[in-house]
Design a protein around this ligand. Structure first.
Ligand code: BGC
Length: 249
């Protein structure tokens, strides 16, 4: 079974067909820059252009960096505010001419890590965090996703935690790895307290440099780096499309 995965982000839009037996990409991943300002009309046109290269007929899953409820985008922390209330799943279905299944980007990355990546055989509560422009979260309880947790917006020092401790904060404030790790540890103390996870998975582009900060992190559960790197969103979107189609059958 192969499904097309599309990963819409604030800086790039990526897509590739995914083999759902092993999570491999069956064709080379295509990427384009997200048009700025990141508004619905221009971004959806970019998705259409990118996806046309695959001449795809079949299941399609797509991620978005915000809350998705019933196919509607309900938040837009790092993209234009016009996305809030936009019927994005229906709009994508119309422009691509086939049903599209839409989910939050961190939830997608979590699904991919659960099936093909870092989660392994771990049971119980697993919290995946994606440290990128925003801070994404995906919570799994015994393998079941609790969607749209948005733990990146837990409050720290009067603002969203992502302003204080995601990778864009590290870059913006030119934090050393040790300074940044200390901030992540403050955050993990909070999630430990709220959820007592059995495992943390850290993803996002910076996870490829995990040797620089992972040894400095401490929580009440093991912390492992994500394995699927920049394909997690695409793979998770494809898994989600397949799951939604099976559920409807
Ligand atoms: C958004 C989340 C998203 C995360 C990573 C946050 O700002 O609110 O929905 O998962 O960024 O893109």
């Amino acid at each position: 079974m192969i499904a097309l995965g599309i990963d819409i982000g604030g800086s790039g839009i990526k897509a590739a067909p995914v083999n759902l037996l092993d999570g491999s990409l069956t064709q080379e991943r295509l990427r384009m820059e997200t048009p700025q300002p990141a508004q619905p009309e221009t971004m959806l046109a970019a998705v259409e252009q990118l996806v046309s290269a695959f001449s795809w007929q079949g299941p399609i899953g797509c991620t978005f960096p915000g809350i998705i409820r019933n196919g509607i985008t309900c938040s837009a922390a790092n993209v234009a505010a016009q996305w809030i209330g936009h019927p994005t799943e229906a709009a994508l279905t119309e422009i691509l001419g086939q049903p599209v299944h839409l989910l939050n980007d961190a939830d997608a990355a979590g699904l991919a890590e659960m099936r093909f990546g870092a989660a392994g055989e771990q049971q119980g509560t697993i919290l995946m965090l994606t440290l990128g422009t925003g801070l994404g979260s995906a919570l799994f309880i015994n393998g079941t996703l609790v969607p749209n947790t948005e733990f990146g917006h837990l409050l720290m020092y009067g603002d969203s935690a992502e302003r204080y401790m995601t990778n864009s904060a590290r870059k913006r404030e030119r934090l050393s790895w040790a300074e940044w790790a200390a901030r992540i540890n403050e955050y993990l103390a909070m999630t430990d307290h709220l959820l007592s996870p059995n495992l943390y998975i850290l993803g996002g582009g910076v996870s490829k440099k995990h040797q620089k900060f992972l040894p400095l992190l401490a929580a009440n559960a093991p912390i492992v780096p994500a394995k699927l790197r920049n394909r997690a969103g695409i793979v998770g979107a494809a898994i989600y499309a397949d799951e939604m189609i099976s559920r409807a059958a």
